[in-house]
Write a protein that binds this ligand. Structure first.
Ligand SMILES: [Zn+2]
Length: 75
């Protein structure tokens, strides 16, 4: 039986908070929420819970809505 295990199986998938599409972590923009503000984690060095969004204007533009909803939930 051929060994089907490849490196592709080990790519960590994350879903975009806006469209929920799963993509490799490296293709998504990472951000953190600090003091109720969205902070992009370009170097992926910030601590705290990470969120991901597609590197796509459609998703980035809709993030504002997502963030407002997120803030409401926290109240
Ligand atoms: Zn998306």
């Amino acid at each position: 039986m051929p060994n089907k295990a490849s490196k592709a199986d080990h790519i960590a998938l994350r879903s975009c908070v806006v469209c929920r599409k799963q993509q490799p972590q490296s293709e998504l923009l990472a951000f953190k929420l600090k003091d109720n503000k969205v902070v992009f984690d370009f170097k992926r060095q910030l601590s705290g819970r990470g969120y991901y969004v597609c590197d796509d204007n459609k998703c980035i533009n809709r993030m504002d809505k997502w963030h407002k909803r997120w803030r409401k939930k926290r109240k």
